[in-house]
Design a protein around this ligand. Structure first.
Ligand SMILES: [Zn+2]
Length: 140
């Protein structure tokens, strides 16, 4: 069964992010001049305008808290109609709290999602080469 949903395109700005995801790692863009993280990444630092940006490897053990969320009952893109309702959230990274990543939360009943809930980044292998970052609740 081939993957039916849109596959994120790599461009000059986000290529390092998606390449890391394909290896089941999180990479974040960081300004080398003012140390501000940028997500989503861009061609230069949104704070100081410097083009001296580097990529920081956060590895594959990435935890976060739900910062905010919505529950979507209609698909925004083709291919998602069988996943509804779906939880779209902002995950605030434990190690880098100033970064909040827009994401889907999988394996979570819509009645259980709440602000502050701990989640863990996982990767969904969608093709032989590509993987998508996703999030799942941490069940202690
Ligand atoms: Zn900067």
């Amino acid at each position: 069964m081939t993957y039916q949903k849109p596959i994120p395109l790599k461009d000059q700005d986000n290529k390092a992010y998606w390449n890391a995801a394909d290896e089941h790692r999180l990479a974040l863009q960081k300004c080398n001049d003012c140390n501000t993280y940028a997500h989503p990444p861009g061609p230069s630092c949104a704070r100081c305008g410097s083009e001296n940006v580097v990529w920081e490897n956060l590895g594959n053990d990435v935890k976060a808290q739900i910062y905010s969320y919505i529950i979507s009952y209609r698909p925004f893109l083709p291919g998602f109609q069988d996943d509804l309702p779906t939880i779209i959230a902002q995950a605030q990274l434990e190690k880098v709290p100033e970064v909040k990543i827009m994401c889907n939360v999988l394996n979570c009943d819509i009645n259980d999602i709440q602000i502050g809930m701990p989640v863990q980044m996982i990767w969904e292998d969608i093709t032989d080469e590509r993987a998508l970052p996703q999030w799942t609740p941490i069940n202690d």
